[in-house]
Design a protein around this ligand. Structure first.
Ligand SMILES: NC(=O)c1ccc[n+]([C@@H]2O[C@H](COP(=O)([O-])OP(=O)(O)OC[C@H]3O[C@@H](n4cnc5c(N)ncnc54)[C@H](OP(=O)(O)O)[C@@H]3O)[C@@H](O)[C@H]2O)c1
Length: 265
């Protein structure tokens, strides 16, 4: 098992949603210190104050834009300068909703850099760091059930999540003999700002079948992380979807999913 108590875990995308609740759970339920990363400084500051005062852990933040390669390098350098990092949760991510042909090129590039490139770079740097220091650390990559199913109108986003699923499971095999674990966490719908920003919050709402709160989802994520699971899909409906994706033709799944996501519905 991964021991988080009194050790440092870095969490990206912790200024809201799932990342924020993962950071809270590490401090509250596991007595772990957290180093949180995102662009919105004020939110990170407030979270760190809360975690220190309520749970008596150490908490620090780095503001960084993970779509910027220089910021990604700086996150690693600053994170490891004065701390022994033992856990890394690469959760930051962005999405969009709409036709692939209308997706702005800059928006696509920023999504690819945030969801994929920063994850590959940070996971590579931290895995090497763990191996050199003989730290039997853990990493968790936040993917999505959309990694299993081609999602029309989120085509590029579901592609980034499929990359994370494949990369994470494969990389995990390469580093496990060093005692380093890689957990791919693939949730379904979570009621967070992500859905608001994409304009999807009217279509997928709290209380709808399969939707989870960020707090509930973070509890699942932490369990998977500390038990060093290779892949974890939280919730029965999401698990059924992931299983169906293995059994049913992908074309059929894409067709059915298009009906749910088509903007003019
Ligand atoms: N919500 C869902 O239904 C759902 C379903 C499956 C998977 N997921 C995945 O879960 C993860 C967390 O999403 P969420 O739902 O919690 O969304 P969220 O509330 O929008 O949180 C996203 C986090 O990522 C950070 N972030 C975004 N772009 C960034 C950048 N360029 N540099 C640094 N940080 C950046 C945001 O912080 P700043 O804006 O402050 O930078 C924020 O803290 C994502 O990887 C998402 O793909 C979400």
């Amino acid at each position: 098992m991964l021991e988080l108590r009194a050790r440092w875990t870095l969490v990206t995308g912790a200024s809201s949603g799932l990342g924020q609740e993962i950071a809270r759970s590490i401090a509250r339920d596991h007595g772990g210190n957290v180093l949180v990363v995102a662009r919105r400084r004020e939110r990170l500051e407030t979270l760190c104050e809360e975690l220190r005062s309520k749970y008596g852990v150490q908490a620090a933040f780095i503001t960084a834009d993970l779509s910027n390669p220089d910021d990604v390098e700086r996150v690693f350098t600053e994170a490891t300068r004065e701390r022994d990092i033992h856990g890394v949760v690469l959760n930051a991510g962005v999405t969009y909703w709409g036709e692939a042909l209308k997706l702005d090129w800059g928006e696509f590039q920023a999504m690819l850099d945030t969801n994929v490139t920063s994850m590959v770079r940070l996971s590579t740097l931290f895995a090497k760091h763990f191996i050199e220091r003989k730290t039997e650390g853990g990493m968790m990559f936040v993917s999505s059930v959309s990694a299993f199913i081609p999602v029309p109108y989120q085509a590029a986003y579901s592609g980034t999540k499929a990359f994370i699923l494949s990369y994470g499971q494969a990389m995990g095999q390469e580093v496990r003999h060093h005692g380093v674990s890689v957990t791919v966490f693939a949730p379904g719908g979570i009621t967070t700002e992500l859905l608001d920003k994409a304009g999807l919050s009217n279509r997928f709402k709290a209380g709808d079948m399969g939707m989870m709160s960020a707090t509930e989802c973070a509890t699942h994520a932490l369990r998977a992380f500390i038990y060093r699971k290779e892949l974890y899909v939280p919730g029965l409906l999401n698990q059924t979807l992931a299983l169906a994706a293995r059994l049913l033709p992908r074309g059929f799944l894409a067709q059915r999913t298009a009906v749910m996501y088509r903007p003019e519905r």
